[in-house]
Design a protein around this ligand. Structure first.
Ligand SMILES: [Zn+2]
Length: 336
């Protein structure tokens, strides 16, 4: 795989002074007009735009798409004017959306002669452009500059949020263009605009996949694997505070301060629980010991909330329960 880091960490010469760039005008009013799931969104959008903006504005729809094969952004004006471009196989859908917007602005800078309505279905992209969050993504600066250049030519730009997948003709067209481009196999090696965050995510995924296949494929640490079956569970373990890691590790391995283990290594006369006179192993301590009935209630409640059975192998392997198991242990004051 070929990865090319974009230039987002290197300051590039700015053709326009940043302090001269006024915020892009972004209209998100349609968010207030729509009720989620209510039909007829397209009609509400058409009526809002007709009642708010001049008929003569050039309407440009943009969209981004991400699929298994890749990601791409696109814009659509009419049957004969549209465009699409890959944002890189591993780029995020946010990057794909920004590529669509940038394509539209670039096209407008070379071709448009009238004010523009840019109709976008991605709120986070619009917010980033409105707030000029230049550090959040390298394309934000390019888009803001492109809009500024249009203004310099006397062309006004308003970015309007519209809902996606609502039957709005231009939006559906831009969506289809982006999806088709994202699925194009010719683009698979093309990584023109990965951000450092995206590169880190790809590397992390590859490292974990490789590490996990070695971990699960090896024949060592059989007992440990009963409770930590893969690298992903192990990593969530290592991200905990040291004390919590230690408690969980002791419970998972059975090498702890309970009498079954202490007796095995000659540090206790009996392996049995003083309270119940049953073998005091991890299972007894966590699941059955009568001494800790009250403390155990929180664990039982959490299992029922997560709809998982209250079993030792579940408690010690499901990462969602690790904190609860540790809290239980701390609440019992038992020496683990
Ligand atoms: Zn007991």
């Amino acid at each position: 795989m070929k990865l090319t880091l974009c230039q987002d960490h290197i300051p590039t010469p700015t053709p326009i002074c940043a302090w001269n760039v006024k915020k892009a005008f972004v209209d998100m009013n349609i968010t207030k007009l729509l009720v989620k799931g209510q039909p007829g969104a397209a009609t509400i959008v058409y009526e809002y735009i007709k009642g708010t903006y001049d008929e003569g504005l050039l309407k440009i729809f943009t969209d981004g798409a991400k699929s298994q094969a890749g990601a791409a952004g696109a814009f659509y004006i009419s049957k004969s004017i549209y465009g699409a471009k890959s944002s890189g196989k591993n780029s995020s859908s946010f990057t794909a959306e920004l590529v669509g917007i940038q394509l539209a602005i670039d096209w407008a800078n070379g071709n448009a002669h009238q004010d523009i309505l840019l109709l976008v279905d991605c709120l986070s992209a619009l917010q980033a452009i409105q707030e000029m969050e230049l550090k959040s993504h390298h394309l934000i600066g390019k888009i803001v500059q492109g809009i500024h250049a249009l203004k310099g030519r006397g062309i006004g730009v308003v970015l309007v949020w519209i809902p996606g997948h609502s039957g709005i003709h231009g939006n559906e067209k831009a969506d289809l263009l982006a999806k088709t481009e994202a699925d194009s196999p010719a683009l698979q090696d093309d990584e023109p605009s990965l951000t450092s965050k995206e590169i880190i995510k790809i590397i992390r995924t590859h490292v974990y996949e490789e590490w996990n296949s070695r971990f699960t494929g090896s024949e060592t640490a059989e007992h440990f694997k009963k409770f930590v079956p893969d690298v992903y569970s192990a990593v969530s373990l290592f991200e905990m505070p040291k004390k919590s890691q230690s408690i969980l590790f002791r419970l998972q391995t059975g090498h702890c301060g309970l009498r079954a283990h202490l007796n095995r290594i000659g540090l206790s006369d009996s392996p049995n629980c003083e309270w119940c006179n049953e073998l005091e192993d991890v299972s007894h301590y966590v699941m059955h010991c009568r001494k800790y009935r009250r403390q155990r209630k929180a664990l039982i409640n959490k299992c029922s909330h997560l709809k998982v059975p209250m079993k030792l192998e579940v408690l010690l392997t499901d990462v969602r329960l690790f904190k609860d198991v540790i809290d239980f242990t701390l609440s019992t004051n038992a020496v683990i």
